[in-house]
Unconditional design. Structure first.
Length: 588
């Protein structure tokens, strides 16, 4: 009997770009040396991402420049790789200087504990990379189909444990870096390799790297500020009876991105698959990356993340394949629990007697404007500070390791710039996140960073009237469905659908343990506050003791609880899904 052969799907175009790129070199060096145009070819833009940069344009200027028959206002975003979000005062001063000399005068703190420089023209990209390198900073693998910046809980409350956990986060970052010398050749003028003499091999990624990006985070319970379940690999620090790190529980297959109108795409929570002693973490992480390298979808980039590989094949298959590659089984998960995913603001003292100050930075954008001279204040602090700066996963900033004698100096600087009470905001605003979106992100469908503060002004008045000023409610906004600010975990999520219109999601878990559910589609921005007011008022009147907003809207019947990604698009009236024990925090 004739047997038909399985359909062979064509590879996505990006796979060919990577395959012929000579390990991410392509024609980048020649194109950035060409000053006749401000842009680069699209194929080169795909390769540029692996070097930590995106080509963008100022969308606010598109119509005017088109009418004048000018090319777009091309510019580049450069994203720094800062494992665990920790940098020195000297590095901070370099970033601050580059913001003026090469970028648009601002620093953007991201939701992945790093800094982005925006508005860099083509001729300034290479000087930016070189000056970063001089201060031991780089942009290698900050974007692209590789493991990206490894996030880590900054945790000033558990400083001794954090130091050890942070060390493992930096080890993960270094271990999973691409081995190609393309970055060093193109941006730092290192002598090119001669392939015939020095063949270059990528031992982890191979010739075509991963099908899509890969994200790793490290959390220290009870804080889930890095949103452990939203990432390809989440490492949950487990401490022994002496308070020191013993190892990590592992969660795999989380991811936020989806596409509007395509129900085959959805956000997914990671599954906790077991525990590993810390000494085996690098080996296990490498094999997890290799499984995705070998089995991830290289035909459809919308289906190419690890979350779909696991969703399609099953957690049991994944664990079996991981065991086969390792040659041993990982241990059962150890007990842990999360109780929040926000930052602790204000001054906190550590076990050594030093201080940490967490500052609220609206949407992570640092600039000098009247009455808010953020960059000037932090520049002055960096000139005196002997500790470090820690970027949080919530776009905020910790001035870490402040000695007792430096504390009044730093307080004085902040007071002099009218910033000493920056964290005295509503609990709603303190738990807000926004992606960049317009005018620079080419995927943005609606405003995000520029609009959320205005919306929060309306919502602040509502929560104040309801007596909820100090109640923490997570609210996150993105300009498109890709989920860069992790909106699908928020108690209130707003996702751009079209100019001035947003999908409103409700019911995410306060500790990042549950997805939210669509409540209103394509809601005009003028209707958002009006739609939320009666729900917030009812919450204030009817909530139980200790009940969070996301839990209340489920109990009150506004939306159904959603744990499984495939139920994300189901009707809001769908039956409540049970909590999966393998994907949820284990009781103490």
């Amino acid at each position: 009997m004739f047997k038909s052969t399985p359909e062979v799907k064509p590879l996505h175009a990006n796979e060919s770009i990577k395959a012929v790129s000579r390990n991410l070199r392509g024609t980048l060096a020649d194109e950035f040396a060409d000053c006749n145009t401000g842009n680069i070819l699209e194929d080169s833009n795909q390769l540029l991402k692996f070097h930590g940069s995106y080509q963008q344009d100022d969308r606010d200027q598109r119509a005017e420049r088109r009418a004048m028959k000018l090319e777009k206002a091309w510019q580049f975003m450069v994203r720094v790789r800062i494992p665990g979000g920790v940098c020195t005062p000297r590095q901070w001063l370099t970033l601050d200087r580059l913001a003026d000399s090469h970028a648009n005068g601002t620093l953007k703190l991201t939701t992945r504990q790093t800094i982005q420089l925006h508005g860099i023209i083509k001729s300034a990209v290479k000087p930016t990379m070189r000056e970063l390198n001089q201060e031991l900073l780089d942009c290698i693998a900050a974007c692209g189909d590789v493991n990206r910046n490894v996030m880590c809980n900054p945790n000033p409350l558990q400083s001794e444990l954090h130091e050890e956990v942070y060390d493992w986060a930096t080890r993960l970052s270094l271990h999973l870096l691409p081995k190609t010398r393309a970055y060093h050749e193109i941006w730092l003028d290192e002598a090119p390799l001669t392939p015939e003499i020095e063949p270059e091999i990528e031992p982890i990624y191979g010739k075509t790297y991963l099908p899509r990006k890969f994200k790793i985070v490290v959390a220290v319970p009870p804080s889930n500020d890095v949103d452990i379940y939203a990432h390809d690999l989440g490492c949950i620090a487990i401490a022994g009876s002496n308070g020191r790190l013993t190892g990590f529980n592992l969660a795999v297959g989380g991811g936020m991105g989806m596409s509007h109108g395509k129900e085959a795409t959805f956000p997914r929570l990671g599954d906790v698959i077991g525990y590993t002693p810390k000494e085996k973490l690098l080996q296990i992480a490498e094999e997890i990356v290799k499984i995705q390298r070998d089995f991830g979808d290289r035909n459809n980039r919308a289906h190419a993340r690890l979350k779909y590989t696991i969703e399609d094949r099953g957690v049991e298959w994944f664990v079996t394949e991981l065991t086969r590659r390792l040659g041993f089984e990982i241990e059962p998960a150890r007990p842990f629990a999360f109780d929040h995913n926000g930052d602790r603001f204000g001054w906190i003292q550590n076990h050594r007697g030093d201080w940490h100050l967490t500052l609220f930075i609206q949407n992570g954008r640092l600039r000098d404007v009247p009455d808010q001279l953020w960059r000037s204040a932090l520049r002055e602090i960096a000139q005196h500070h002997t500790g470090d700066f820690r970027l949080t996963a919530n776009q905020n900033l910790i001035i870490g390791g402040v000695t007792p004698d430096q504390k009044p100096v730093i307080e004085g600087i902040l007071q002099g710039h009218n910033l000493h009470e920056s964290h005295l905001q509503t609990g709603l605003r303190l738990h807000s996140l926004a992606c960049v979106s317009l005018p620079t992100c080419g995927l943005g469908l609606a405003e995000s960073e520029r609009y959320l503060p205005t919306l929060l002004n309306e919502l602040d008045a509502i929560v104040d009237e309801a007596g909820l000023r100090h109640d923490a409610i997570t609210i996150r906004m993105t300009g498109c469905a890709n989920g860069c600010a992790r909106p699908y975990l928020a108690e209130i999520g707003l996702v751009g659908r079209a100019p001035g219109k947003y999908n409103l999601y409700l019911g995410g878990g306060f500790s990042g343990q549950r997805l939210n559910k669509l409540y209103r589609a394509s809601l005009p921005d003028t209707e958002i506050a009006r739609t939320l007011r009666p729900i917030i008022d009812q919450f204030a009147k009817e909530r139980k003791v200790g009940e969070h907003f996301g839990d209340f809207v489920i109990r009150a019947g506004y939306v159904a609880a959603t744990v499984n990604g495939r139920d994300f698009h189901a009707s809001i009236a769908a039956a409540t899904q049970p909590v999966r024990p393998d994907a949820r925090p284990v009781a103490d």
